[in-house]
Write a protein that binds this ligand. Structure first.
Ligand code: SAJ
Length: 416
């Protein structure tokens, strides 16, 4: 089998490499010439455990190559971004998906499978993708097998989850579903769940929406607890001892290209009905302001002038800053103009961050932890000794080992 993947980002590249590892010929397409060049030299352009070794192997074996130019194949897999549009309900922008489908069409032949892995709004396959193939003269379900197979892997664990997670395969027709399932049987060891395209679209969106709504509940709980002087984390720990309760973890907001995006795809398709989903988004997007208000209070009562932000990525142990609440908080405190603001993140290489921890905290009045990197769990306290005011504000409840000299303020149990 030969596979042509379109889009070599966080999902498309690991997926391509995984197929290539399992004796499939893969050509990966991307519009970025630098990405193509680097991949053909065997170098990855994103951080993901296990990916570099796997790429080196498949480039050496010649089962993977990257190219700017689409090629004929047996199956085409589209894994391009689907951002939010800048409209009232932040609906799903299908531009990249539809242009990838258009790029594949001239190379399609009878019997090919066309799979969309990108996260898309409900009904996108039926209402937008299928018509493009029909306009090109194909009968879907007879000539071309059209499938939505949403990616559901967790950044940081992609190489493992690609193999062991269950996979939802939703075809336009039953023939399509079967053809799609065969493609993934190449390496998937989880269950391959067969369904239709619409249910596959909605199921993927609801997985992330479930998490977003539950995080909103935890974030609301924190604010209520802080108002009533109750320790949120104690409450969560106790409540979660109940066999049917699973309260999520509060934090400075919800980031990444999934949870902060996907719920809007549902809201925009059913704006008068999806009320809880919409409200949860509002609660989670208000968290950066809540954090900044608390930073201001903490700085005010020591007359603080210098602030250090620890962690800019949207979650721990990744290098991804997309939709990161930490970046939003950094921008908000900078825009206020009240403090000299520094940032430190061992996973981010950018002019935004200081080179090392000691330099970032020199004369600082407050360190605010915004990301649960391992480096912050076990803080190297000796590197923080040159702070002016030794105060740590931990919005992720991440610091395991405390230090008697430092005033430790937990987000779920605020004191000023
Ligand atoms: N977060 C909290 N509290 C929590 C859990 C997470 O504040 O209790 C925050 C994180 O800090 C982060 C955001 O939520 O800012 C999202 O993090 P995440 O780890 O929940 O999710 P993602 O975006 O890295 O990956 C999710 C995964 N979905 C689910 O776990 C249901 C992944 O399986 C999906 O493949 C991915 O979205 C996607 O591509 O849709």
């Amino acid at each position: 089998m030969k596979i042509c993947t379109i889009g070599l980002g966080y999902i498309g590249l690991p997926t391509s490499v995984m197929f290539a590892k399992h004796n499939t010929d893969v050509v990966g397409i991307d519009i970025n010439p630098e990405v193509i060049e680097s991949l053909n030299e065997g170098k990855i352009h994103i951080e993901e455990p296990g990916l570099q070794e796997a790429l080196t192997d498949v480039v050496r074996r010649g089962t993977f190559k990257a190219s700017l130019q689409t090629e004929k194949a047996d199956a085409f897999i589209i894994a391009v971004p689907t951002p939010n549009l800048d409209d009232l309900h932040k609906s799903c922008d299908l531009t990249y998906v539809l242009s990838a489908v258009n790029a594949a069409i001239p190379y399609l032949k009878k019997g090919n499978v066309l799979i969309v892995e990108s996260t898309i709004a409900p009904r996108s396959m039926d209402d937008f993708v299928k018509p493009l193939l029909e306009e090109a003269g194909f009968v879907v379900g007879e000539d071309i097998f059209l499938v939505h197979c949403p990616e559901r892997v967790l950044p940081g664990q992609i190489m493992h989850e690609l193999i062991y997670n269950n996979r939802i395969v939703g075809g336009i027709t039953e023939n399509c579903t079967e053809a799609g399932a065969k493609v993934y049987e190449t390496f998937v060891q989880g269950e391959i769940i067969r369904t239709n395209a619409r249910a596959a679209e909605m199921s993927k969106l609801m997985e992330n929406t479930f998490r977003d709504v539950n995080i909103a509940l935890a974030n609301e709980l924190t604010q209520v607890c802080n108002e009533l002087e109750i320790n949120t984390h104690d409450v969560i720990e106790m409540a979660n001892k109940h066999p049917r309760v699973n309260l999520h973890t509060p934090g400075p907001g919800v980031g990444g290209h999934c949870l902060a995006v996907d719920p809007y795809f549902i809201v925009s398709k059913a704006p008068d009905t999806a009320n809880l989903i919409n409200l949860s988004r509002q609660i989670n997007t208000s968290m950066p302001s809540y954090v900044v208000n608390n930073i201001n209070k903490l700085m005010e009562n020591v007359g603080g002038k210098t602030l250090t932000v620890f962690g800019l990525t949207y979650k721990g142990n990744v290098d991804d800053i997309r939709e990161s609440p930490a970046i939003e908080i950094l921008e908000m405190v900078k825009a206020q103009g009240n403090y000299d603001v520094r940032a430190f993140d061992p996973h981010v290489k950018s002019e935004l961050v200081a080179d090392d921890m000691e330099e970032a905290v020199l004369n600082s009045d407050l360190v605010v932890i915004l990301t649960d990197h391992n480096e912050f769990k076990d803080l190297e306290w000796d590197k923080l000794q040159r702070m002016t005011n030794k105060r740590i504000f931990d919005t992720k409840n991440v610091v395991h080992r405390k230090h008697a000299e430092f005033d430790y303020i937990n987000f779920g149990n605020l004191h000023y």
